[in-house]
Ligand binder design. Structure first.
Ligand code: IMP
Ligand code: MG
Length: 332
């Protein structure tokens, strides 16, 4: 797979953490670069434990993987240090010197500013932190003594790994419909979340990427304000087993059925070459823990084919349960 970008399809929470943790273990990923900021939580179930990580790359489950946070990211120092301890990755994680810093002060602005409140942000302060960076007044990782031991050149390391034909993942956060440019503005996050932007934030040029994996969930969820086409009432979402709460903020997630027209658009803009579909077992309970395509009922197969037709790429990974290894892998 060489260099793979993993990018979210819709409004985030598609299960990128699960897909990436699977790839880490299965493909023995050498290097992973996480993009974005502390607003995103990637959930990983591994060895009986559940992690909701805001900073540490989801490949930490493979203990030989080099973990990096790119120059386009914002670092929340206390959260970073807490997760490094929780995942025990101190000796193998690096932060780019030019990643910027997000603080309690930024979070305070998210909480008190009427406009930002009306968007239903995660209240981590990512918008205000990005604003400071755009003004060229942000603190960078290299300005923080507690981060000294972690500072590296992420673009340099990533490109050196690609030169050596190592297996590299660029870990996207959120989904295309939360992109500052392509999403449902103004109800979006403060950065572009497209595959191209994931490359840019990491310092890896698009021609160096071999696979762009768009991650869909079998139904759609959204937290915060803004339109959600086909949104279900909460009691109907509960009845269908689609009701979720956010891994990071604990807020209720709104839900809607899968949107094939939107799938076509997001796959195109990401430039996807493959797709993953998570939580197939929530839509079709008889798929729970299936590990081969043949085990799926016809209606589940038909659903995957319909996604392939819309997105115009093969569905190569299918999630059938929360564990990192609850997956159907059709890549070869
Ligand atoms: P912010 O990114 O915290 O400024 O929030 C802006 C919008 O993006 C809100 O609707 C958030 O709920 C949404 N958002 C930000 N990060 C995530 C995420 O990781 N998953 C889902 N929604 C997110
Ligand atoms: Mg999440």
């Amino acid at each position: 797979m060489a260099c793979t970008v993993v990018a979210g399809a819709f409004w985030g929470d598609e299960g990128k953490g699960k897909i990436i943790s699977y790839l880490a273990l299965k493909d023995k990923v050498d290097v992973c670069i996480r993009t974005g900021s502390v607003n995103a939580a990637h959930t990983i179930h591994f060895k009986g434990k559940r992690y909701a990580l805001h900073m540490v790359p989801s490949t930490f489950v493979y203990d030989k993987c080099r973990l990096l946070i790119g120059p386009g990211a914002n670092i929340h120092v206390p959260q970073f240090l807490k997760e490094v301890a929780q995942t025990d990755v101190e000796g193998r994680i690096g932060i780019d010197r030019q990643a910027s810093i997000i603080t309690q002060q930024h979070s305070g602005i998210d909480r008190s500013n009427g406009h930002l409140k009306s968007l239903g942000t995660t209240e981590w302060g990512v918008g205000p932190a990005v604003q400071e960076r755009a003004k060229r007044s942000a603190k960078l990782a290299k300005d923080i003594p507690e981060l000294k031991q972690f500072l590296v050149d992420v673009a340099g390391e990533a490109n050196a790994a690609i030169d050596l034909n190592k297996t590299v993942i660029l870990e996207g956060t959120q989904g295309l419909m939360l992109s500052l440019y392509h999403g449902s503005y103004p109800y979006v996050t403060s950065r572009d979340t497209s595959a191209a932007a994931i490359c840019s934030e990491s310092g890896v040029g698009p021609s160096r990427v071999d696979t762009i994996m768009v991650v869909f969930k079998a139904f759609i969820t959204r937290v915060g304000a803004g339109d959600l086409p086909g949104e279900l009432p909460k009691d109907e979402a509960i009845r269908r087993g689609w009701f979720e709460t956010a891994a990071g903020t604990g807020r209720n997630r709104r839900s809607a059925p899968f949107n094939f027209d939107l799938a076509q658009r997001v796959a195109k803009i990401h430039g996807a070459t493959e797709a993953a579909v998570t939580k197939l077992d929530v839509l079709f309970p008889s798929c729970k823990n299936a590990t081969s395509y043949d085990q799926l009922p016809k209606e589940a197969k038909d659903f995957l084919v319909k996604i392939e037709k819309a997105a115009q790429v093969p569905v190569t990974l299918v999630g059938t349960g929360p564990g990192a290894l609850d997956i159907i892998d059709r890549r070869d």
